[in-house]
Design a protein around this ligand. Sequence first.
Ligand code: UD1
Length: 443
Amino acid sequence: MTQNFAAIILAAGKGTRMKSALPKVLHEIAGRPMLGHALAVAAEAGASDVLLVTAPDQDAVRDYADKQDMTLTHAIQEQQLGTGDAVRVAFAATDKHERFVVMFGDTPLMRAEVLAALANNDADVTVLGFEPDDGAAYGRVKLDGDTPTAIFEYKDADEAACAITLCNGGAMGLSRAALEKYLPQLSNDNAQGEFYLPDFVALAHQDGATTALVMADPEDTLGVDSRAGQAKAEALMQARMRHKFLDAGVGMQDPDSVFLSFDTAIAADVTLEPHVKINGGVSIGPGTIIKAFTHLEGVTIGENAQIGPYARLRPGTNVGDEAKIGNFVETKKADIGKGAKVSHLSYIGDAELGMNVNIGAGTITCNYDGYNKHLTKIGDGAFVGSNSSLIAPVTIGKGAYLGSSSAVSKDVPDDALVVTRAPEREIKDWGRKFRARNEKKDK
Ligand code: UD1
């Protein structure tokens, strides 16, 4: 059981290396802004409150956070004077909570169990340590036995400190008592002229307060501060999600070519063929096969359905059990009934297809008149011949047939046959005469 705690999320950094008009923490990993990942993991770890530190010009970040379903208090850091200063601003915004976990808004791979371990430790200051392959510019954690006694920021570290392989992961667990006592004691007399949160460790240790260490994987602490860093975090997140689904019984011939969204829901016994791209809001029922080069977004798919190859299912599509959507088919806002087939080269938008409807190749729902979208309804068991245009609003009755190449704008009763194609003419010997005429001209 996690102790009651507040998460302090630091997100006031400028993120200049992203070279983007979008604030860094709103850049996405697996289809969700990095800040969304931070908020979700804080909630999952059991945070009862979030204190979000942003810069004055980050309205977009605050707007995004306000739209999430969380108890959240804003703390605005006027100037970015360091992580210690950011925590000071956050702490000034609350008089509740006995325990706090400081975390960063730009570490999207942080796991809830790691934050929970920081929250659950009773020490005044709990350091998150990790052992990277390359220590790079991380702070170094000095230990006495298992107990952290100081953190040296890389720019301030002497040779002996640089040789330490245990690095500071950035996040930290803190008691209210530690915050009350050591925040006023932080100094910016250091290489970067910043107030360092890691200085809490030496202050607490020298004061006889308790310090502790929790270990994380390097992945958990990976901070994104460039596009390359974002791409690395995306790759790691995708790998994490693919493994989760493989373990849960989802088949993938080439997992590395399948891209998932943070909220993807896939049942056991689904097969994802290579080069499938799944965006937000997709759920797939058991036994369904998603064939190669298919693109899904905002789609619910039932059991034992077959989708693709090369299908594009857009938001608002619901595919029933055992239905089949074939190659070069685009759907949008469409209910496809149980056992229905849309096998080739069709656009089905703003449509309701009943059970076992068969849509011939090249069928188009003409759903848009330039101002409004209109509905096409097709009853159970109806058969739409190839190359038909369904000019919405229009209803095709149950068990009705449309002859190929029909352009239908009037409702079709149940079981009727409608054919709108022009009568066929035959002109005997036309080809022979045409060639003869033209060949004579050439001479
Ligand atoms: C920090 C740690 C370092 C650790 C590393 C792990 C400090 C001083 N150093 O360094 O020991 O190894 O994380 O990644 O804490 N932020 C604010 N306001 C500020 C400054 C920063 O909100 O005034 C936010 C940033 O937006 C960022 C986070 O705090 O999300 C970390 O700040 P950053 O300056 O990137 O610290 P690091 O150099 O990573």
